[in-house]
Ligand binder design. Structure first.
Ligand SMILES: *Cc1c(COP(=O)(O)O)cnc(C)c1O
Length: 380
């Protein structure tokens, strides 16, 4: 049996006619960049996430960069370049254990990522670590809802309030995730989403979104994504080209209608793994905190002899993946920040132990049983 990590072709086969019709409608209008289809999708996405405003952009990475720009983070760096009195680089607090784009965006905004270790149960950044990392240069907090489970936003929000800092939620892996019925992207100053094809809601290419309750921030984001243009060819500040293609918005609008059913299937698959793998002493199953709706973008276990298990699964046709093999504080591109091995022990332990198993909505019960049996066989 073959068990892939994802089956995008199977999902597309169920939607093909609807997606092609929606895309053809856009092409007939030839309003293909940031057109009316984008406005429609923004309205649907804002409602889905429980936010007042949604600004569609070109990718999840650009959603993060644009949010930092809109909040004025990293503005100190150009001043330093001109020789003006240099206040030192802005800092943004983010977890050491996440996808690279989180920290890469901070860097590209002209700020310095200030890394924080993770909570070993949820893999999300530890609120106590966040408070300890605040300095007079801190300009924003950037928690990541890793694997599809939300961070402790009450505790992070309390730190933000204490120090007057904005919170940018990296919700790229967490569309539809909840804490006590409140959705990812509705609890911070703004929320950033990715519609990269492998995400729970995937476009037909790259796309992303920023959500916010703040009308002034939404207005700034809308201008920044279009070169900071306030009226045609009039620029009060510098933005970039961060627009979403209309065909992406049209396809996403079709897919959004199925997202809750897909999430329910992912949650059922996760529950089934929980039953099938209970009692395997060498495996630690994911922890779902009370009151959370974990959307299982990834189903991630900790495994003894992880790399051997991975090879064993691969021999049996079961795909798995390591998100992520190296902490961001150990990436060569951030060597200048002065971190060293051992600085974030939980991040480094997670890098050695985590393994993502197939959890996508198209999995059959037979496939889930087969994966679990292969894991039991390895440890028996
Ligand atoms: C996917 C992802 C991003 C980047 O999104 P893209 O659309 O690929 O640019 C950022 N942060 C996290 C946590 C992600 O998983």
């Amino acid at each position: 049996m073959q068990v892939p990590l994802l089956d995008l072709k199977a999902q597309y086969a169920t939607l093909r006619d609807d997606v092609l019709r929606a895309v053809a409608d856009v092409l007939d209008t030839q309003l293909v960049c940031n057109g009316p289809a984008v406005r429609d999708f923004e309205a649907q996405a804002a409602q889905y996430c429980g936010a007042e405003h949604a600004v569609a952009v070109s990718s999840g990475t650009d959603a993060l960069l644009l949010s930092l720009m809109a909040l004025g983070v990293g503005q100190a760096a150009p001043a330093c370049r001109t020789g003006a009195p240099c206040p030192g680089p802005d800092e943004v607090i983010a977890p050491a254990f996440t996808f690279f784009g989180t920290a890469g965006s901070i860097w590209r905004a002209g700020a310095r990522p200030a890394f924080v270790d993770i909570d070993p149960d949820t893999f999300n950044l530890s609120p106590a670590g966040v408070e300890a990392a605040v300095t007079e240069r801190t300009r924003a907090l950037l928690p990541v809802h890793l694997y599809g489970q939300m961070c402790d936003m009450d505790a992070i929000g309390a730190v933000a309030e204490r120090y007057g800092l904005p919170v940018i939620e990296d919700a790229a892996q967490a569309i539809g995730a909840e804490i006590d019925g409140r959705r990812a992207g509705s609890l911070g100053t703004c929320g950033c989403f990715s519609f990269y094809p492998t995400k729970n809601l995937g476009a037909m290419g790259d796309a992303g979104l920023v959500t916010t309750h703040d009308a002034a921030l939404a207005d700034k984001l809308e201008k920044l994504r279009n070169h900071g243009q306030t009226r045609q060819y009039i620029h009060d500040f510098v933005g970039g080209n961060f627009r979403m293609d209309s065909v992406q918005a049209a396809a996403l609008g079709v897919k959004l209608r199925h997202l809750d059913a897909w999430t329910d299937a992912r949650r059922r698959n996760a529950a089934r793994y929980g039953e099938l793998l209970a009692g395997v002493a060498d495996v630690t199953l994911p922890v779902e905190r009370p009151g959370r709706r974990h959307i299982y973008h990834q189903y991630v276990i900790r495994a003894e002899r992880r790399d051997e298990l991975r090879a064993h699964l691969s021999e049996r046709g079961v795909a798995s993946a390591v998100y992520y093999p190296l902490g961001l504080h150990q990436q060569a591109c951030f060597a200048g920040l002065g971190y060293a091995a051992g600085d974030f022990p939980e991040t480094e332990r997670a890098c050695r132990e985590v393994l993502a198993l197939p959890v996508h909505p198209e999995l059959s019960d037979d496939q889930l049983d087969y994966v679990a049996a292969a894991i039991r066989e390895f440890y028996s």
